[in-house]
Every structure is written in structure tokens, then in C-alpha cells.
Design a protein around this ligand. Structure first.
Ligand code: TEU
Ligand code: CA
Length: 688
């Protein structure tokens, strides 16, 4: 990797993995095509500095070069076979415990509630649960502010409940991972309390404490305001990238790193199968904590992010954490039972040598993602690449219709760039984002047929594309955004702080509310609707938000063969029955340039075709004979192919999830072949 300097060209920058991701991010944010780089590839950075300084302000190129110096490696051009792994074959399911199932009527979901729903998750076909935080926390950020890593949040239950939940998963052949939040701790954590008591003592070095009248730098928080909190009692500033009570840990301190490895080993010994690691790419801060470049801050929305989203010792810390934390040094209390053919359960499996490491990595792109997870790197196993969640030029708090043609391009590009050592996580929803179904349908989800079709379409991509699917609770039921009516209804600190910040910045109530409503994380945190009348709690839910649309509760969906839930179950079962094609099989994309048509072949055996729009479209001719296995199109006899046919007031009969063969033994006439219904998702088996 050649050293980059002011004489380097943009083409040289693009050859650097971090440089490519940064330039791709810049183009994404400005909604410019990658091809535009070809026009300026020969431009030298010193010329760029002169030309762009009016826009970027002084020092942009130096900031870029400083950042690029952090990465000298390149992803190995990995050829050969992809090594098998349980977490490549598994379907993960993220539980947001607070909103999943309340068992004691206090309106807050808890571990007992999850235990009571394990059969539902097993029957869905889930292989591994991921629980958002359950450790003791004051809940300033809903558990992402940990007060004690070895105790369970009182409202969620006890350590014994956690042990029972882990055993309950393993007995059903499922695994379970927890959420490891170690970029920061709560200000109420023992370590921070000791740091306050004796800032010059050992615990003062656990955090970023700085003296001085002025804030140490210009970094801003993800939850509005400056990223520094002044502590008058010790006359020091403390770094907090998130809430005022979320205090960034100083990972340069080997004592901090050893504490984290101990926490991981402690939970692995209790039987968990790994962790999702919260904002784990933020843990290495640029020494000296220099000011963020104003233009970068404006572009990325957070000043200073270039100094911590991919810091100089990130790889070193992750490799050490894998070796000292995730590589078991003791046998687990239990392991999952083997899942044999047709769901029969076998003996407990031998313990895996390492717990799985799933990184949450805001701002990480394809190339840096490969450097963090390639199997030859000895760091993490998987990361979440957030570039799927918005269209180019858009951000979470923008209100717009998500165009799935961008997602098609994203996967075609991603799959073309990764090698046998790489693997990706496939997700659309989580607890930090509005529902993808609502982004795509953009209001049309009020029509139950559209809501069902789009719910099935997203599930089909997620469960048949190459990678590990991470379902988020409620997705399998077609959960949609909630029509909150006031900021008083919301509970998320990010949304509440943003509303205040916008209003203080002069935005009208209507403008501020429109932005917050578009992107609030509370949409995803509305409690699960188990039964038509609710079923989440006997008490008052901690977060109000009830979707009364008939047909979309779990009990109704379980009873309806054409439901989104049964579609998920059929797809998970198909994927489990054919791992060689649907897990490890290669992906052959068809008609990459056909707008709204997304077609691909997996492992030469399954043809998956999706109509990415709400209008009928032609289906390209396929070179081989196929048998229709699953289709979301409304049954052919329905009044119209438009997918909008619904019997008044009831859930649409959107065809059975698994079409039975018609008497003549051929595929039902529904496989018209020539045209696709709006939002249609169809899976066909290729007949040699
Ligand atoms: O999220 C970090 C993250 O990427 C998002 O929170 C995003 O940066 C933020 O919403 C601003 O756009 C993780 C957790 O998933 C989130 O729930 C926590 O609030 C956050 O870290 C701090 O722990
Ligand atoms: Ca409860």
C-alpha cells in the first residue's frame, strides 16, 4: 500500500480500502454516481485542496491524509471455498426485551416473557437470539448505559432468569447472544464512580477526563450537544459521544481491555454463544483527541467522527479481544442441542472454541468491513454495514420513499467485491431505525395487501441473499411505523433531544416534529402485538403505540396460511433444507440493469425473482425450466393481479405460502411466467 501524500491522486486514494470507503461515503452523501470519480481520478490532492477549499474550508486534505494513515493493509484477495460456520447458516432474531413480552404486568418486557415465547421463536425457525441490553442500567439510553455487566436490570429479571433463558434456547437447539456495550459505561458504573472519587487514581485512566476551562475539542454528541460533560465536583470534562450518562471508556488503558475480556469470558462460561458489540469501531480514539474538521462534521452530521470511527489501534484491540475474551478459557454451562433433519433434536453440540463476534459499526464501508471481519484477520466474524438503510443523499430523519433498486445495486456491488473469507449480515430493521416496510411502502402499507406483499418481499431478499439474516422482532408480522402524535409519546433520548435542538435552532413545531417523526427509533420499539387486542402486557406499556389493523397480530398471522409470518417460516425452512444452495451457494444476478426487477440464482438451484415496485411488470425469460415453489402474488383467480385484491375487512388471501401442485402435476396456472404482480416475490426451483 503506497504512502499517500498531497501529490497522490484520487485514484491512489481509492486504491486504499479506507480511502475507497470514505470516497464512496462522500459520493453517497452527495448522491453522486461512483462513475463521477473516474472523471477526476487523476486529480492530485494538493490541487483538490486549492479547488475545493472554498467548499471544504482549509485543512480538509490534511484531515483526509491523517485518517488514511490509519490503514496500511488491504483485504487479502481471498479465493477458494468459504469455510462453513454455524453463524453463516443461522437465522438470527433480534429481541428488544423491553418491548417483546411483559410477564409481570409492569408494562416492561422481561426475561420471563422471552422464556414464555421461546416455542414461538423455535417454530419460526430462529437459530440464534440476539438480545438488546439486559444488564443493570439506569436506562438513560434503554440499557445501552451499563451500570453492572454481571447483574441483570431489575425490571428484566435476575441472573437465574438469564441462566434459564440460555438453557431454554439450548434445549430447543437455538443459540443466544447478548449485547456488549463497552465503548462506554453508565456514569453510575462502579468504575466511573471511583474515577470521580479519585480522578488521579487508576480509575481516572478508565475514561477520558480532561482539565481546563474550555471543552477539550469540538466533537459533538450523537444525542445533540457537545460530546463533553463538565463535572464541577472534579473540575474536569468527561468524553461522552452519546448521552450525558454514557461515559466513553479509554481503551488505550490495558486495564480497561482486560476488564472487558473478563466480562466476555464470564458470560461465555454461563453459556452464551457470543455478543453483538455496540459501536465497537469507535473504541480507538485518535491520540490527542484533535478537533474534528468542520466540513467532515457537516457531511457526516457529527463533528469529530473522523477521529474515532476507524481509529489507529482498532484492529489491535479487536484481535486482542478475540484472543483474550472470545476464545473460551472455560467450558460453557450448556451448549445448544443439534438440530437434525425435520426438526428432531440431537445431543448437545461440542462447545465452539470462540464466541461469535458481531460488530455494530456505524460508518464502516465494504472495504474496511472486510478488514474487520475476513476470516484470515482474527478479528470479528460479522459486522452490520449500515449503507443499506438509506438511499443515497438521504438520512434517517428525512421523510422519503426508499427505492429498493438502490438495495439491488448495493448487493450486486457487495457480492462482486467480497471473497471467500468474507461474509455479510443481512438486515433491514433494528431498534435504532424506523421500519423498512414503512420506508418502502411510504404510506401504502395502510392497504393490508400491500403491507403483506412488501413484508414478504423484504423477507425474501433477507432470507435468500448470500449472508446471515438478522430479523428484528415484529418484522415477521409486518410491523410498521407508529403514527405518534406528539413528542410526549416518545421515550427515546435521541428523538427527544433532537426535537429540543431543532426547536432551539429556530425550527417550527411542525418542522421539528416532521423530522423527528420520520426517523425516531421509537417506531421500532413499539411493543409486539401478540393478539388482536395486544397481548404484550396486562399493564400499561412503557411505550404507547398500538397498531389496530386487523390481521397483523401473531395469533392472526399464525392462523393465516398466506401471512407474512408463515412466509417467513416457509423461507427459513427452505433455507435450512438447502444450505449448499441458499447459504453457501453462489449468487448469479439476472438482468442487473432492469429497473424494478431483482432476480438472482442461488447455487444454480433456486431462482428468486422480485418486483421492487408497486406496479405490474414484465418478467424476463429464464433459460431453464422451473417449478414454482413459493409466490406472494395473489392467487390467479383473485379479481385482479394488482395485488390489491382484498376481501373487505379481512386479511388478503395472498396465495398460500407454499403452493401445492395442481392436479395435473404442473405448477399452478399462477405461474403465468410473463408478468409479475406488484411487489411480487417468487421462488422457483430450477429443473435441470
Ligand atoms: O447505536 C449506535 C448507532 O449507530 C446509532 O445509535 C446511531 O449512531 C444513532 O442512532 C445516531 O444516528 C448503538 C445502539 O444500537 C444504540 O441503541 C445506542 O443508543 C448507541 O449505540 C449508544 O450505545
Ligand atoms: Ca415486566
Amino acid at each position: 500500500m503506497p504512502e499517500l501524500d498531497r501529490n497522490s491522486t484520487l485514484r491512489d486514494v481509492y486504491a486504499n480500502p479506507l480511502g475507497r470507503d470514505i470516497l464512496d461515503r462522500l459520493l453517497f452523501t452527495l448522491n453522486l454516481p461512483t462513475a463521477s470519480l473516474k472523471l477526476v481520478g487523476g486529480l492530485r490532492l494538493r490541487t483538490l485542496d486549492t479547488l475545493a477549499t472554498r467548499v471544504t474550508g482549509p485543512g480538509f486534505v490534511d484531515a483526509l491524509l491523517g485518517l488514511l494513515a490509519n490503514e496500511k493493509a488491504s483485504p487479502a484477495p481471498s479465493g477458494g471455498e468459504t469455510a462453513p460456520a454455524w453463524w453463516k447458516e443461522a437465522v438470527f432474531y433480534q429481541v428488544y426485551p423491553r418491548s417483546f413480552q411483559d410477564s409481570n404486568g409492569d408494562g416492561v418486557g422481561d426475561l420471563r416473557g422471552i422464556i414464555n415465547r421461546l416455542d414461538y421463536l423455535r417454530d419460526l425457525g430462529v437459530d440464534c437470539l440476539w438480545l438488546s441490553p439486559i444488564f443493570d442500567s439506569p436506562n438513560e439510553d434503554m440499557g445501552y448505559d451499563v451500570r453492572d455487566y454481571r447483574a441483570i436490570m431489575a425490571e428484566m429479571g435476575t441472573l437465574e432468569d438469564a441462566d434459564e433463558l440460555i438453557r431454554g434456547c439450548h434445549e430447543r437447539g437455538m443459540r443466544i447472544i447478548l449485547d456488549l456495550v463497552v465503548n462506554h459505561t453508565s456514569a453510575e458504573h462502579e468504575w466511573f464512580r471511583r474515577a470521580i472519587a479519585d480522578p488521579a487514581g487508576p480509575y481516572g485512566e478508565y475514561y477520558f477526563l480532561r482539565s481546563g476551562r474550555e471543552r477539550p475539542n469540538n466533537w459533538t454528541s450523537f444525542f445533540s450537544g457537545p460530546a463533553w460533560r463538565y463535572l464541577p465536583e472534579i473540575e474536569r470534562w468527561a468524553l461522552r459521544l452519546f448521552a450525558p450518562g454514557q461515559m466513553d471508556l479509554n481503551w488505550e488503558n490495558p486495564a480497561v481491555r482486560a476488564e472487558v475480556s473478563d466480562i466476555v469470558q464470564w458470560w461465555l462460561a454461563r453459556g452464551i454463544d457470543g455478543f453483538r458489540l455496540d459501536v465497537i469501531n469507535f473504541i480507538s480514539k485518535q491520540p490527542g483527541l484533535p478537533d474534528g474538521h468542520p466540513f467532515v462534521g457537516k457531511l457526516m452530521g457529527f463533528t469529530g467522527i473522523e477521529h474515532y470511527f476507524y481509529g489507529p489501534r482498532l484492529h489491535e484491540y479487536l484481535a486482542e479481544l478475540r484472543a483474550n475474551g472470545f476464545t473460551r478459557n472455560a467450558p460453557p454451562a450448556s451448549t445448544p442441542r443439534a438440530r437434525l433433519a425435520d426438526g428432531v433434536l440431537g445431543e448437545p453440540l461440542p462447545a465452539e472454541p470462540t464466541g461469535v463476534m458481531v460488530g455494530e459499526t456505524p460508518g464502516i464501508g465494504v472495504e474496511t468491513g472486510r478488514l474487520l471481519t475476513a476470516s484470515d484477520r482474527g478479528e470479528m466474524d460479522l459486522i452490520f454495514n449500515f449503507d443499506v438503510l438509506e438511499n443515497p443523499g438521504k438520512a434517517r430523519f428525512d421523510s422519503y420513499r426508499y427505492d429498493l433498486n438502490y438495495l439491488k445495486k448495493f448487493y450486486i456491488d457487495y457480492e462482486s467485491r467480497i471473497g471467500a473469507n468474507d461474509w455479510i449480515a443481512l438486515f433491514f430493521d433494528n431498534h435504532d431505525n424506523p421500519r423498512m416496510l414503512s420506508k418502502v411502502a411510504a404510506g401504502k402499507e395502510k392497504d393490508p395487501a400491500v403491507r403483506t406483499a412488501v413484508g414478504k418481499l423484504l423477507a425474501t431478499i433477507q432470507l435468500t441473499m448470500r449472508g446471515t439474516p438478522f430479523l428484528f422482532q415484529g418484522q415477521e408480522l409486518g410491523a410498521v411505523d407508529h403514527a405518534f402524535t406528539s413528542i410526549a409519546d416518545m421515550r427515546d433520548i435521541e428523538a427527544i433531544n433532537l426535537f429540543t435542538e431543532l426547536r432551539e435552532g429556530g425550527a417550527s413545531e411542525v418542522e421539528a416534529w416532521a423530522k423527528v417523526l420520520a426517523g425516531s427509533r421509537d417506531h421500532a420499539r413499539v411493543p409486539i402485538r401478540w393478539a388482536p387486542e395486544g397481548g404484550f402486557t396486562e399493564g400499561t406499556p412503557w411505550l404507547a403505540g398500538f397498531d389496530a389493523a386487523p390481521g397483523f397480530s401473531a395469533t392472526e398471522q399464525l392462523a393465516d396460511p398466506g401471512s407474512i409470518l408463515n412466509w417467513h417460516r416457509a423461507l427459513v425452512a427452505l433455507r435450512r433444507a438447502h444450505p449448499e444452495a441458499l447459504v453457501y451457494g453462489d449468487v448469479e444476478f439476472l438482468q442487473p440493469n432492469w429497473r424494478d426487477y431483482f432476480g438472482y440464482v442461488r447455487g444454480g438451484e433456486f431462482l428468486i425473482e422480485l418486483n421492487l415496485a408497486g406496479a405490474e411488470r414484465p418478467r424476463p425469460h429464464f433459460r431453464k425450466r422451473t417449478e414454482l415453489l413459493l409466490t406472494s402474488r395473489i392467487a390467479p383467480h383473485a379479481s385482479s393481479d394488482s395485488g390489491s385484491a382484498t376481501r373487505s375487512g379481512t386479511h388478503p388471501s395472498s396465495g398460500s405460502a407454499m403452493l401445492s401442485r395442481s392436479p395435473s402435476g404442473t405448477t399452478p396456472s399462477g405461474d403465468s411466467g410473463a408478468r409479475m404482480a406488484p411487489w411480487e416475490a417468487s421462488i422457483r426451483r430450477i429443473i435441470r
